[in-house]
Design a protein around this ligand. Structure first.
Ligand code: GLU
Length: 384
């Protein structure tokens, strides 16, 4: 890759303030005093003030925080440094997460912001049903005005079934909740073309556009300082996942106070910019990669509504074919059998059959629970 392709255009410098739904991932090295097993409170307060500024200008904020194991280990009498056995890490995470969550709530609570803890396992992001549950819950927390505080559920995660690093967890969460900006705060200020500790002329890379090429990957082989589990290689994996979901990602050095304000004041960072936005990326994924599990047949009124960009409501559904679960991919067909598009359905085939033709407000009476108003939400629908 040539320097011209990775250097920013003067008129296209990405701004944190352009993000609508922003995830900030905080590495352990920034947050935890390892010797004492305490949260670095003064630093966290400056981060809290920065996050508040984002919220005040109308941006949605989610936190993915590391540090549970680093905080918890000292309080269980485990050594401050060195690798722990799996079961020790699991116990340390349990003890540490309480302190971590408490610290975030205290710091943001000063500004009347409620923090809501969400602990996820790899399964929660891979199993379709659990994925949808997690997505809806995080979405609901944001809608209710609180800040989701997300970490891996290290206490129940075992070696084979864990992310292990929060860089990739954060990228997966970004895809899950349709975030448009992911900020990785760590002790690194991003990518260099060569090792800055060896080469005083090492060139910093401020912007990567569209794809992680082998040239970019080669740069990550260069040793970067990072105390967390991540390192630059996992940050690039996270960048690839994030860009595939249409979410921009930025690596910024968060060691000093007010890390987000510093970044906005021109601090050294590396941005990774995707070609698509989250909604387009999601729609590409829906139309491209899924084999349908069933079909929904709609009436003429619904067909017109879909063409106008509306969601598919149960009232317009006349038939349900096949066997599928909530969140599966289905095709949408007209009464004449013409293929209209495809989407992710909000109900299982069994429930869809029970509510077809019904008004959305009748759903709860029929099914005994209050599901979504739409059979297929327009964000989950791609027309042919
Ligand atoms: N989930 C781990 C913790 O909270 C951190 C993983 C990481 O360092 O990325 O301790």
């Amino acid at each position: 890759m040539t320097a011209e392709r990775i250097l920013p255009q003067a008129d296209a410098a990405p701004q944190l303030s352009d993000g609508k739904r922003v995830i900030v991932k905080i590495g352990s090295a920034l947050l935890v005093d390892k010797e004492r097993g305490t949260v670095k409170r003064a630093w966290l307060e400056t981060l809290g003030a920065d996050l508040l500024k984002l919220r005040e200008r109308g941006q949605e904020v989610l936190i993915v925080s590391s540090g549970a194991i680093a905080v918890g280990r000292r309080h269980l009498g485990l050594p401050a440094r060195g690798k722990l056995k799996l079961e020790e890490s699991q116990a340390a995470a349990a003890a540490g997460m309480v302190r971590l969550a408490h610290a975030y709530q205290e710091v943001l609570g000063v500004h009347d912001v409620t923090v809501a803890q969400v602990l996820l396992t790899l399964d929660d992001t891979e199993n379709r049903r659990r994925y949808l549950n997690a997505r809806n819950t995080v979405d609901q927390i944001i809608r209710l005005g609180a800040v989701p505080l997300i970490n891996e559920n290290d206490t129940v995660a075992t070696d084979e079934i864990r992310f292990g690093d929060n860089d990739r967890l954060a990228a997966r969460v970004a895809a899950m909740v349709g975030a448009d900006t992911l900020v990785l705060l760590s002790s690194s200020d991003g990518l260099y073309e060569s090792d800055p500790s060896q080469d005083p002329d090492a060139q910093h890379v401020p912007l990567v556009h569209g794809a992680i090429t082998p040239e970019i990957e080669a740069m990550a082989g260069v040793k970067m300082t990072d105390d967390g589990s991540g390192g630059m290689v996992t940050k690039l994996v996270a960048a690839r996942m994030s860009m595939a979901a249409g979410c921009r990602m930025v690596i910024a050095n968060g060691l000093a106070d007010h890390p987000l304000a510093r970044m906005e004041d021109g601090g050294k960072v590396t941005w990774f910019l995707p070609d698509a936005n989250p909604l387009t990326a999601r729609k590409q994924w829906i139309s491209g990669s899924l084999s349908p599990d069933g079909a929904i047949v709609v009436d003429a009124g619904a067909e017109r509504a879909l063409a106008q960009g509306k969601s598919l409501l149960p009232a317009g559904v006349t038939g349900v074919e096949g066997d599928f679960e909530r969140g599966d991919s289905v095709v949408v067909k007209s009464a004449a059998g013409e293929l209209l598009g495809r989407g992710l359905v909000a109900y299982s085939a069994e429930d869809a059959r029970r509510i077809k033709g019904a008004k959305s407000k009748e759903i709860e009476d029929i099914l005994g629970y209050r599901g979504r108003d739409e059979m297929i939400h327009r964000d989950d629908l791609v027309l042919d």
